[in-house]
Design a protein around this ligand. Sequence first.
Ligand SMILES: *[C@@H]1O[C@H](CO)[C@@H](O)[C@H](O)[C@H]1NC(C)=O
Ligand SMILES: *[C@@H]1O[C@H](CO)[C@@H](O)[C@H](O)[C@H]1NC(C)=O
Ligand SMILES: *[C@@H]1O[C@H](CO)[C@@H](O)[C@H](O)[C@H]1NC(C)=O
Ligand SMILES: *[C@@H]1O[C@H](CO)[C@@H](O)[C@H](O)[C@H]1NC(C)=O
Ligand SMILES: *[C@@H]1O[C@H](CO)[C@@H](O)[C@H](O)[C@H]1NC(C)=O
Ligand SMILES: *[C@@H]1O[C@H](CO)[C@@H](O)[C@H](O)[C@H]1NC(C)=O
Ligand SMILES: *[C@@H]1O[C@H](CO)[C@@H](O)[C@H](O)[C@H]1NC(C)=O
Ligand SMILES: *[C@@H]1O[C@H](CO)[C@@H](O)[C@H](O)[C@H]1NC(C)=O
Ligand SMILES: *[C@@H]1O[C@H](CO)[C@@H](O)[C@H](O)[C@H]1NC(C)=O
Length: 792
Amino acid sequence: MRALFFLASLGFAAAEDGLDGWLRYASLPCSGQCQSKLPANIVVFNATETSPVYVAGSERQAGIQSIYGIQPHISHNQCKSSSSAIVVGTVHQYRKTCGSRDVPELEEDGFWLSTEANRIYILGQMNVGNFSEVSYSTNPSAPIRWVNQWDNIDGRIERGYGGPSIFFKDGAIISDLTRVRQYARLLSSIRINAVVVNNLNANATLLTPANLKGLGRIADTFRPYGVQVGISLNFASPEDLGGLSTFDPLDSSVISWWSNITKHVYQHVPDMAGYLVKADSEGQPGPQTYSRTLSQGANLFGKALQPYGGIVMFRAFVYNQLNESVWTADRANAAVNFFKDLDGEFDENVVVQIKYGPIDFQVREPASPLFANLFNTSTAIELEVTQEYLGQQSHLLYLPPLWKTILDFDLRVDGKPSLVRDVVTGKRFNRKLGGSAAVVNVGTNTTWLGSHLSMSNLYAYGRLAWNPADDAQAMLQDWIRLTFGLDRTVLSTITKMSMDSWPAYEAYSGNLGIQTLTDILYTHYGPNPASQDNNGWGQWTRADHTGIGMDRTVSKGTGFAGQYPSEIAAMYENIDTTPDNLLLWFHHVEYMHSLHSGKSVIQHFYDAHYSGAETVQTFLSQWESLKGKIDDERYEHVLRRLEYQAGHSIVWRDAINNFYYNLSGIPDTAKRVGHHPWRIEAESMQLEGYKAYTINPFETASGSVAIVTAANDTMGTATTQIKFPSGTYDLAVNHYDIDGGQSHWQAYLNDKQIVPGVKVNKGDALKIVGKPDGVEPAPLDYVAFLPDGVVD
Ligand SMILES: *[C@@H]1O[C@H](CO)[C@@H](O)[C@H](O)[C@H]1NC(C)=O
Ligand SMILES: *[C@@H]1O[C@H](CO)[C@@H](O)[C@H](O)[C@H]1NC(C)=O
Ligand SMILES: *[C@@H]1O[C@H](CO)[C@@H](O)[C@H](O)[C@H]1NC(C)=O
Ligand SMILES: *[C@@H]1O[C@H](CO)[C@@H](O)[C@H](O)[C@H]1NC(C)=O
Ligand SMILES: *[C@@H]1O[C@H](CO)[C@@H](O)[C@H](O)[C@H]1NC(C)=O
Ligand SMILES: *[C@@H]1O[C@H](CO)[C@@H](O)[C@H](O)[C@H]1NC(C)=O
Ligand SMILES: *[C@@H]1O[C@H](CO)[C@@H](O)[C@H](O)[C@H]1NC(C)=O
Ligand SMILES: *[C@@H]1O[C@H](CO)[C@@H](O)[C@H](O)[C@H]1NC(C)=O
Ligand SMILES: *[C@@H]1O[C@H](CO)[C@@H](O)[C@H](O)[C@H]1NC(C)=O
């Protein structure tokens, strides 16, 4: 038994830092009647404090105490008592102690809930907060419901946006694992059953005896919550750490090295879930060094783990650098090319872990065709709670609607229904193993992910791993109620913002399947469309002066469309049957190509970027309507993020539009792109202590140029005379935010600090004073005076 489920907590409390996530157990208003209906006792069928059953009982007690203000009494292993009780245990133990009773067939981790007379039975593997007269059982869709941490053992997290690791520091395991325990509680409540604790770009020193001991402590911390631990391995460890002269997977010394290591790992973690392996990918070593196949590499670990019941998650993210001048070269082809012929060659305990799309966590991708090419191999889908490419938790982006485009996609293998979710759960091809893994970048920040609203993605991931058919909005609303209470305005507002967030992000980043258009070379954040092309990474757009898009047809392109089963291949091969939202993924077209919508590609870009950025401005006002309905601490934290996003979405909008306007030379029919009548460019002002600075890439500054302070310890001043008609305006000061400093800007009108609602007269003197901080030279792009209703 592994998974446990906790009582729903509802209601609204004072200042909150986010540490309890959705398990706040906020008190609920309730008359004495509601308390008197609550069970007086909790009967727990295991008295061992570290047992998941015991923990489930205690958690229940804490929940009732916190929500209703009464503390049920905990007792153990009593079959009969006259008073009302919640009964928590495994079916096996209950039957053993109390004799047989009817419980529906449960699979591993499944659970049954029943209310009978004055007792609530929570048996098998679970427990739920629903006191109505019900009998209810549920089973997981798949046995693999994992999360992957990308935590390095030096304490940094790859793509971590919520502070440093809760597991590692300075090459060792942290001594105080309090945060790990709190994380275990959250994961357990969403039925996650394993966590791979270290980055798949793995450091072999995790396997030193001291670190294995630490790993044992981590596993001891997760175990009472029914969550197992797994680890990522570096394929070259036998050489790097073991001092062997080879890491050839068929070499007998390598095989025995891994089998010895595995034995030691299991000595410290007897119930370890398994290994995660990234091999022959992005510079990581792998079996191809020795001309061995990927399956030979995977089976090396499969065989080492087999005696202990462990699983190998072997990543399909394998590709090579390519030459863009070759029209038929395509990174999207790689996974099927590498893995298709290996179908049936993987050991029974090996699962191929496949990213949802063929490239890399982009804002929209077609489902990976590898899901339709492995029939005799267990597979799992890799999703990403971490918002790499997707706004890094500084942009609101509720991801399940994106995930559902893949999970619910029908691949039509052999002309039969073949939803991706039925492939990965093992149902479609009758595989015992399968499921999902999500990359999660929780850190030491009390918000876990750096942003309160991003936690909806972690919550919903767990729900989908259990049941991938769950509805994106329904899961979201459960999360909102648990996290922010029952207020109807709060519920409807956060629902609307979240459900609009992915379409908005897609609208102001990359459209029509062109990928996200973030910088792909380093930060994976912010607009940089030029970074996609002219390099070997294969995330190309092939944009030039006349057209854009990857031709992935079989007839004249890379052939990628042909990797799908025939019905799907035919749909994508034909430009007329390819959906607009993936047009540029599959076809290279001229900018004036007409979409199904009737718009040209370029005008769609312009319009989408304006509407996406506009939607984000409304997030801010929607959130402001919740002031007083949410505790101030979380309200303010979210508000700061949304203010930032509102500004950054305009940067995105203008950057992408300027870039493609520059490339195509085709103007916006609505005359917005390149026209900013309410802006004052900073570089056009009189500068003192400030100097002009040409921004690279050019499209990320209004007019390509910004200003920075001449020295990093002296303030800069920019002044100008206002030429706009006298009136009342919103003032926008568009500045840059660089890592490693917190500059300040102050705006003055006729030497008086500007306050909201101030009236502006033509001829007034505007002065901006920028105060640099650290390496951030108070960079300023433009100032805008915005009449009511104008956003620029
Ligand atoms: C109680 O839980 C412990 C720890 O999980 C387990 O080893 C033991 O078998 C359980 N006891 C019973 C009676 O189920
Ligand atoms: C309680 O559970 C039943 C059966 O699953 C369900 O129909 C009902 O909606 C639940 N009630 C609440 C308040 O969750
Ligand atoms: C692996 O970790 C060790 C110990 O922290 C460190 O010295 C080494 O530089 C790391 N190796 C890599 C490749 O990061
Ligand atoms: C087996 O692994 C342990 C743990 O890393 C190590 O201390 C020991 O030296 C290894 N033994 C052999 C024969 O490699
Ligand atoms: C890339 O392909 C072009 C066209 O085939 C060829 O001329 C060029 O040499 C190739 N570049 C490299 C680095 O292989
Ligand atoms: C699956 O693999 C097994 C051996 O690993 C083989 O006997 C069987 O024919 C394969 N089935 C299919 C459908 O390829
Ligand atoms: C958490 O993040 C917020 C900003 O998102 C920051 O203000 C705060 O200092 C961080 N706290 C910790 C403990 O990292
Ligand atoms: C694109 O930018 C280049 C370099 O800044 C410039 O020379 C060119 O005129 C621009 N083209 C258009 C259509 O704006
Ligand atoms: C100021 O700038 C200089 C030169 O760029 C840099 O070396 C120095 O570290 C900066 N000072 C601070 C406090 O960041």
